[in-house]
Design a protein around this ligand. Structure first.
Ligand SMILES: Cc1ncc(COP(=O)(O)O)c(C=O)c1O
Length: 389
């Protein structure tokens, strides 16, 4: 019996989703999904692939043209020295990328440093590989970055991997170049692998995105992980990728990929080719619109809910991770406040504690929704906060 799976939690986001289905005309700020449509370059490439009957099995690690384009993107945009498209494995979204990587590099009882708060599947995948996630706090007072001395103090003889996520879900924190350089030093010194989750690489408002694998000698010990979900609004199409330099690790990852997917949907991979061959304008357009939505949301929060929530607009990603000012001091305050907002205000949000113990006392709202949905949620808060939380 696979009893260890009982210890792998399903994200509380599922509980929230169920709650949202009980609400009429909800504002779905709980979902980490963007409201944009995928660009025409993606849709027409997929339509063409169907018309040309590209509906058969393809190589497990991906369609060769897509892997070539990804390798070139990793070199030119991320400055990662990928010399061979064979390093690239195409996956069913970033989530499966993380699954195959964890299966490929972890032994039972290995320790993996993960941020707290964090995207719940990060710890979930570590547990699925029978390894142990070790939480490292991120601090609001520090722009949701680490105290790097504290992070280093958590390394033990069993620590094998450092999972990084920048820009970060749920906090929107972005690691600085000097953070990334210091983390690279720590990884080298303690002989750690790095999984670098760069799913939000294009959703950055302040500062720069630095891929740790671009630093000298770091690609050898880093597995960078990406998705088409956020950059090209392809969340439902499920397309992601990782790059692995080490041939033995890559072969293990390939097995995990083969046994879980055989290959990733051929048609979707042609959509990925369309995305990378076509104009990249949508990335800038999405970012500009997301910045406007971020500012709209934070203006509204200050105006209508400033007594209830506090927080600075994030440097990246598309989440507002807001501190609840009116804390009752009990353990479930973020759940209580979330339920109040959902049941009485129709406003979807996720309790911060769902992202880790350090997230207690916060709520996450996604501001990548249509402006009118954001405005509706803000109007609802205005009405609601005449009432005590
Ligand atoms: C930090 C992070 N990594 C990876 C992913 C994976 O996204 P997908 O599986 O849609 O590619 C997400 C999705 O929300 C995320 O927030």
């Amino acid at each position: 019996m696979a009893a260890y799976l009982d210890g792998v939690p399903l994200s509380g986001i599922i509980r929230i989703r169920d709650l949202m289905f009980t609400v009429k005309d909800p504002f779905r700020l709980d979902q980490g999904d963007i409201s944009f449509d995928a660009p025409d370059t993606v849709k027409s490439a997929m339509t063409r692939a169907i018309a040309e009957n590209k509906t058969h099995y393809v190589p497990t690690t991906g369609v060769p043209r897509l892997r070539e384009l990804i390798a070139a993107k990793l070199r030119d945009k991320n400055r990662i020295p990928v010399t061979d498209p064979d390093d690239v494995l195409v996956t069913t979204g970033g989530i499966q990328g993380l699954y195959v990587v964890c299966q490929a590099i972890l032994e039972p009882a290995d320790e993996v440093l993960v941020p707290d708060p964090e995207w719940p599947p990060a710890a979930g995948h570590v547990l699925l590989a029978k390894a142990v996630p070790v939480a490292c706090p991120l601090y609001e007072s520090n722009g949701w970055r680490y105290d790097l001395d504290e992070l280093e103090s958590k390394i033990t003889a069993r620590t094998r991997v450092l999972y990084l996520n920048t820009p970060q879900n749920p906090t929107g924190g972005v690691l600085t170049r000097s953070d990334v350089e210091r983390l690279a030093e720590i990884a080298r010194e303690h002989n750690l692998w790095v999984i670098s989750d760069e799913s939000y690489e294009d959703v950055i408002f302040d500062g720069e995105h630095v891929s740790i694998a671009s630093l000298p000698g770091m690609y050898e010990r880093t597995i960078p992980l990406y998705t088409f979900s956020k950059s090209y609004a392809m969340t439902g199409l499920r397309l992601g990728y990782v790059a692995i330099r080490d041939a033995a690790i890559r072969d293990r990852a390939k097995k995990a990929l083969f046994y879980t997917a055989s290959n990733i949907s051929s048609v979707v991979q042609y959509g990925g080719i369309g995305a990378l061959e076509g104009s990249q304008e949508c990335i800038e357009q999405f970012r500009t619109e997301l910045r406007a939505r971020r500012d709209l949301f934070y203006r509204g929060i200050r105006e209508y809910a400033g007594e209830v929530f506090s927080g600075e607009p994030p440097a990246g990603a598309f989440y507002a991770f807001l501190r609840i000012r009116a804390q009752a001091g009990d353990q479930s305050s973020s759940w209580r406040t979330a339920e109040h907002l959902i049941k009485n205000g129709r406003i979807g949000c996720v309790p911060g504690v769902d992202f880790g113990a350090h997230g207690e006392g916060y709520l996450r709202f996604c501001f990548a929704r249509e402006r009118r949905e954001l405005t509706g949620a803000l109007e609802s808060m205005k009405t609601l906060f005449g009432v005590r939380v």
